[in-house]
Design a protein around this ligand. Structure first.
Ligand SMILES: Nc1ncnc2c1ncn2[C@@H]1O[C@H](COP(=O)(O)OP(=O)(O)OP(=O)(O)O)[C@@H](O)[C@H]1O
Ligand SMILES: [Mg+2]
Length: 204
């Protein structure tokens, strides 16, 4: 496949502001005349929405490897059905979470082998990695306040889990400095967007 469009992912802990910033970045790209596709991982396809429902709301224990393979199953469908075709058509794809969430949550926080996760991800994602990844970084305390009272299955994990996720994302940013850009997401929404735009402008 010939990838023509840009693939940009929005990462960070629950409540860090990913969805808010993805929408603002999409409006920015659209104003510049880009053809934009906004999507999310998990749940970017009809099949994926069913997997997302299990991942976020299954009532009961999910084995760690079952969780990992549900995310990867969702991604396999998402890549083939939606992301790759859009990139081939030259569209700009903005995706809410992607492989770095799998590494942060299932790798750093749940303790699965990160190299193994990368190998499996490479298979399902047909080796597609983002051109740019934003990590919206915010303290666990601020994120918790933003999430509010209605929490999904992962948001309901203990504070230590969320701290491991956060430091996981920061470690990944050190490991992949060319691809991953960390943004201070404790700032107000417009300043976070401004910092995001600055990185996008440099890249474009
Ligand atoms: N920079 C910010 N300052 C204050 N509040 C913010 C900021 N960014 C987002 N919010 C608010 O925090 C809440 C969570 O934001 P958002 O849904 O964008 O986070 P998220 O990272 O997508 O969360 P989730 O992982 O749960 O999907 C929303 O109510 C949003 O309006
Ligand atoms: Mg969100």
């Amino acid at each position: 496949m010939i990838k023509k469009g840009l693939f940009i992912t929005f990462e960070g802990a629950d409540g860090s502001g990913k969805s808010t910033q993805l929408k603002m970045a999409a409006d920015y790209f659209k104003a510049k005349g880009f053809d934009v596709v906004c999507t999310r991982d998990p749940g970017g396809t009809a099949l994926g929405s069913k997997i997302r429902e299990i991942l976020l709301h299954h009532d009961g224990k999910i084995a760690t490897y079952c969780e990992l393979f549900l995310y990867l199953a969702d991604r396999a469908q998402h890549i083939e059905e939606k992301i790759l075709p859009a990139l081939e058509e030259g569209k700009t794809v903005l995706c809410d979470r992607y492989v770095d969430s799998t590494l942060a949550y299932q790798g750093y926080a749940r303790g699965l082998d990160k190299e193994q996760i990368m190998k499996l991800n490479d298979i399902v994602a047909k080796s597609l990695m983002p051109d740019i990844t934003f990590v919206f970084d915010v303290s666990t305390e601020i994120a918790e306040k933003r999430i509010g009272k209605t929490k999904d299955r992962l948001e309901s994990e203990a504070a230590d889990f969320h701290r491991a996720v956060r430091s996981g994302f920061l470690n990944l940013a050190q490991e992949y400095p060319d691809r991953i850009k960390v943004i201070d997401a404790s700032q107000d929404i417009n300043k976070v967007h401004y910092d995001t735009k600055e990185i996008l402008d440099n890249y474009l």
